[in-house]
Design a protein around this ligand. Structure first.
Ligand SMILES: [Zn+2]
Length: 260
């Protein structure tokens, strides 16, 4: 790994933060049923004022405005700065893990998708199929750089991820939505077969532990659903960071692009 200056990490942070910002805007607009591309401008949820570029700098604008709208003083929902911060930190971690390499670009490119699904599933309990398929499309497209075997590995990951969740849905007789299965098509395409398994394992562990803690704290009841999507996305990010090392530890070969 090459020696990287702090400046590169700051750049990576803001690259990730803008991915998080884009994902949050796209998620808000998709949930509201408006176009997320084109000339649609970002507005304050409270007063509808069109936001200026200086109000849209990831993380920094939120801090400068102390979390309130410049025009009406309404609280800015925490989800956008949270998404920006999480994606920024992950992007910097990917740079730390992979150095300035294609693996860094590959893993960072998943962030807007992971953030999008995390936001919509947390807020509405809904995974948008079109976005899950877009995630898969992006993953497979980026895998072209690794050749045919890399694309095949992505397709295998997508199929395995979908089949695994679908089997659980079938066995649990529909207590889980098909959204999570479709989400795994997207995650699997990025991860490839081995790291899809790592992502599923980490996601289910994190989701299970969180559900137990929430049950113990009586924040949820046995019947209320804890969305699984955000945990699958978190598992995916964790597997990108550490899955390759874990695969190596198990004595297995690490597939492209997770070799470092
Ligand atoms: Zn306002």
């Amino acid at each position: 790994m090459v020696e990287l200056g702090p400046l590169l990490f700051i750049l990576a942070f803001f690259l990730g933060a803008s991915f998080g910002s884009f994902a949050c805007a796209a998620a808000s607009r998709t949930e509201a049923g408006v176009k997320w591309w084109g000339r649609e401008r970002s507005r304050c949820d409270g007063c509808g004022a069109v936001l200026a570029p200086r109000d849209l700098v990831p993380v920094l604008s939120f801090l400068a405005l102390r979390g309130r709208c410049r025009f009406c003083g309404a609280r800015i929902p925490l989800r956008c700065p949270a998404s920006e911060l999480a994606c920024g930190l992950l992007c910097a971690l990917f740079l730390w893990r992979f150095g300035a390499s294609y693996s860094f670009i590959f893993s960072s490119a998943s962030l807007p998708f992971l953030a999008f699904h995390t936001i919509t599933d947390t807020e509405t309990g809904y995974i948008y199929d079109s976005w899950a398929f877009a995630t898969a499309g992006a993953g497979l497209l980026l895998r072209l750089a690794g050749g045919f075997s890399a694309v095949l590995d992505g397709a295998a990951g997508a199929a395995a991820g979908f089949a695994f969740i679908y089997a659980i849905i079938f066995l649990s007789r529909g207590r889980m939505g098909t959204g999570d299965a479709v989400l795994m098509i997207g995650i699997g395409a990025f991860m490839g077969l081995k790291l899809t398994a790592a992502a599923l394992y980490t996601g289910f562990m994190a989701g299970g532990v969180t559900a137990l803690v929430l049950l113990a704290a009586k924040k949820v009841t046995r019947k209320s659903a804890v969305p699984l999507g955000p945990f699958l996305c978190a598992g995916c990010a964790a597997a990108m960071l550490f899955g390759g090392k874990f695969t190596e530890y198990l004595g297995l070969t690490v597939p492209w692009p997770w070799t470092v």
